[in-house]
Ligand binder design. Structure first.
Ligand SMILES: C[S@@+](CC[C@H](N)C(=O)[O-])C[C@H]1O[C@@H](n2cnc3c(N)ncnc32)[C@H](O)[C@@H]1O
Length: 246
């Protein structure tokens, strides 16, 4: 089983990845980010939607949202959150490697480092091809990852995050000459210790832009945060946006 197909990982570390604080941040991003401002009633695909942190505020403002995720545990949480929020959302269990619906969306989102999971670089490119297929003419794909240049400024420093259940410690290792990143997560909750390892591709802005172009996207732009600021020495994320022109 691939690491990303392990429900225990997503459920076990949900306290760190999908905290109430992150849910509030996601709602604020949807409300304020110029990168997440779409025409009224836009058909939005949230690819790797997790427990619906962005899906809910997008649907609440009137976007027509489809959330796709591989994890049944994450989708169960997403269903529950959408039910509580009273929003009507389509949730689909699918692998991003396969999911494509011909010209069904105006926007495809892939947020919070949900890209670069496959060992074979061709498979990661295929995800971008799938997104291109799923977009209607003029539609946009937005991918949000931790850029290689951003990571380089702090990788190696110990990280500890307090969560409701305990504390999560994270240890990063750069692999294959800065091609991939391995992050080892350890959750210490009382007497219980839970471990997981994530290994994914790392992209510089130039590398991810080139992948977008290979997949057929035009007008490819890079941003350093959701406020639309440039990808420069102040960047906190690497956000790449491209358009399906035809
Ligand atoms: C880091 S989380 C981000 C979730 C969400 N985008 C957010 O901002 O909270 C990555 C998500 O991708 C999902 N995932 C992992 N591999 C996947 C795949 N091959 N296809 C679809 N979803 C996948 C996981 O189940 C998890 O919910």
């Amino acid at each position: 089983m691939a690491w990303y197909d392990d429900d225990d990982l997503w459920a076990g570390f949900a306290g760190a990845m999908f905290s109430r604080r992150r849910a509030a941040e996601a709602a604020e991003l949807v409300a304020k980010s110029p990168l997440l401002a779409f025409p009224a009633g836009a058909r939005v695909l949230d690819l790797c939607c997790g427990p619906a942190l962005h899906v809910v505020p997008l649907a609440q403002r009137g976007d027509r949202v489809t959330g796709v995720d591989l994890s049944e545990v994450m989708l169960a949480r997403a269903r529950e959150t959408c039910r509580e929020a009273g929003v009507d959302v389509r949730l689909v269990q699918a692998d991003m490697l396969d999911f494509a619906e011909d010209r069904a969306f105006d926007v495809v989102l892939n947020l919070y480092t949900s890209f670069g999971y496959f060992d074979d670089p061709a498979d990661n490119l295929r995800v971008l091809h799938n997104a291109h297929t799923s977009l209607d003419r003029g539609g946009t794909l937005l991918v949000d990852v931790l850029g290689k240049e951003v990571l380089a400024s702090w990788v190696g420093r110990p990280q500890a995050v307090d969560v409701d259940e305990g504390t999560v410690f994270m240890r990063d290792t750069i692999l294959d000459d800065w091609t991939r990143l391995r992050t080892e997560w350890t959750l210490v909750a009382g007497d219980t210790v839970r471990r997981a390892t994530i290994t994914s591709f790392l992209y510089s802005a130039a590398e991810l832009r080139a992948l977008f172009q290979q997949a057929g996207f035009t007008d490819v732009e890079c941003f350093g945060d959701f406020d639309g600021s440039p990808y420069d020495n102040h960047a906190r994320r690497l956000i790449v946006r491209g358009r399906r022109a035809d």
